[in-house]
Design a binder for this molecule. Structure first.
Ligand code: HGY
Ligand code: MN
Ligand code: MN
Length: 404
């Protein structure tokens, strides 16, 4: 099957009629359906499939007697943001399967095994921490912290994994699994317009900017919307709203900075109720970490001042932080030798390849997205570009796996 035909086969899984696009939280029915589809497809290709102690799926293309060392790995994620696009994650997974199928069709033999990996909870939409699967694999996040994370239903990750046949007691770093990887190349839909004006549908990734997520809790005094005079209020919604504006103003003043509040949750959340608390999730990113930290500090200080002025309190906690990533220069060079017309792109989006980068040579391929829009139902890639991306990945896997 081609990558575009596989994507078409998945087009109805996890559609979100309320938001548009797709909502495929990790281990929710839609993502489980995609995982089952992946396992069936991988087995159709004769790959040896196993789900590891952290919920990652590994589909190995073995050869008799060839050890699982120095593998050329590829893959991506199947989970999505709420109301996300069809390509963010699944494109890398279907392209990896299509590349393996193409290599098998031409009788490719290689000195190195090829393995396709599916990483759980890349978006962090259910548990708040992005790249949770690759973070557990590499030890970037501790098992204790991960297992105690709760979703909006109060389900801990431990309970969710247990319900899906994964023993929470075994969750944790898997250095042997990381050591088996000699190189990792993730294909992903581009989440920007770097390729739109070029005549080339595929680019090689160079870097990921630093990025993190902070939770700001504003605590006030819940009360009645009608009987509480304006002079008698400690309404946490006010400093929360002012902080959203302050974050936007602060980020606009710093070239290259991005600050976003995409999630704000008042408790109890009644339309005739002054909230008792308001939680605000702040996503801040910048290519230079020495700029990112002071920007977050400034926004946090403003939140504190605004809260005090409203007779409220704030608590700020860092939910996740991903340092800037520079992909492996040699692997980038190899990819560009194999794909000489491919542009070089930096990205503002985080990826599992970024988490793996400090542990094994990692790189990325990006496929043109005509509008550049992502994390939205509008996310898109033309079938021809999807298949050009899969072909590029096929070439990269063939050349990388052919050398000892
Ligand atoms: O948020 C990100 O950059 C990625 O899509 N997880
Ligand atoms: Mn994403
Ligand atoms: Mn992604």
């Amino acid at each position: 099957m081609t990558a575009s035909s596989m994507l078409a086969a998945l087009a109805d899984v996890g559609r979100d009629p309320a938001r548009g696009g797709y909502s495929r939280p990790v281990f929710a029915p839609a993502e489980l359906e995609l995982r089952e589809w992946f396992v069936a497809e991988a087995r159709r290709l004769g790959l040896d499939v196993e789900t590891d102690r952290n919920g990652l799926i590994w589909a190995w293309w073995d050869a008799p007697g060839r050890p699982r060392t120095n593998a050329v790995a590829t893959g991506s994620h199947l989970d999505s943001v709420p109301g996300g696009g069809a390509f963010d994650g699944p494109l890398g997974v279907v392209s990896a399967l299509a590349a393996v199928e193409q290599l098998q069709a031409i009788g490719h033999t290689s000195d190195r095994p090829i393995v396709v990996v599916v990483f759980p909870e890349e978006e962090g939409s259910r548990y708040g921490v992005p790249c949770l699967g690759s973070g557990l694999l590499t030890g970037t996040i501790s098992a204790d912290r991960a297992l105690s994370l709760k979703d909006e239903y109060g389900d801990t990750l431990a309970e969710l994994l247990d319900r899906n046949g994964i023993d929470p007691a075994r969750v944790g770093p898997d250095p042997d699994a990381v050591r088996r990887i000699g190189a990792f190349v993730e294909l992903h839909v581009e989440q920007g317009r770097g390729l739109v004006d070029l005549a080339e549908p595929v680019a090689v990734g160079r870097s990921i900017i630093g990025h993190g997520r902070w939770k700001l809790r504003f605590e006030g005094h819940g009360n009645h919307a009608g009987t509480t005079l304006m002079s008698d209020r400690n309404d946490p919604m006010i400093p929360a709203a002012q902080t959203v504006l302050a974050a936007e103003t602060a980020a606009r003043a710093v070239p290259g900075a991005r600050a976003t509040v995409g999630k704000l949750v008042p408790v109890p959340g009644g339309s005739n109720v002054i909230a008792s608390t308001v939680d605000v999730w702040l996503d801040v990113r910048h290519p230079d970490e020495s700029t990112l930290a002071p920007l977050v500090a400034e926004i946090s200080a403003q939140a504190d001042r605004l809260a005090i002025a409203a007779g409220c309190r704030t608590q700020v906690s860092c939910e996740s932080y991903s340092p800037a990533v520079h992909f492996d220069p040699d692997l980038i060079r190899r990819c560009r030798e194999i794909l000489p017309t491919a542009a070089l792109l930096d990205t503002g989006a985080g990826h599992d390849a970024g988490v793996l980068a400090p542990y094994t040579p990692s790189a990325m391929l990006f496929v043109r997205n005509p509008s550049g829009v992502s994390h939205s139902p509008e996310e898109y890639a033309e079938d021809d570009d999807v298949d050009a991306g899969a072909h590029a990945l096929t070439e990269v896997l063939a050349k990388l796996s052919a050398t000892a």
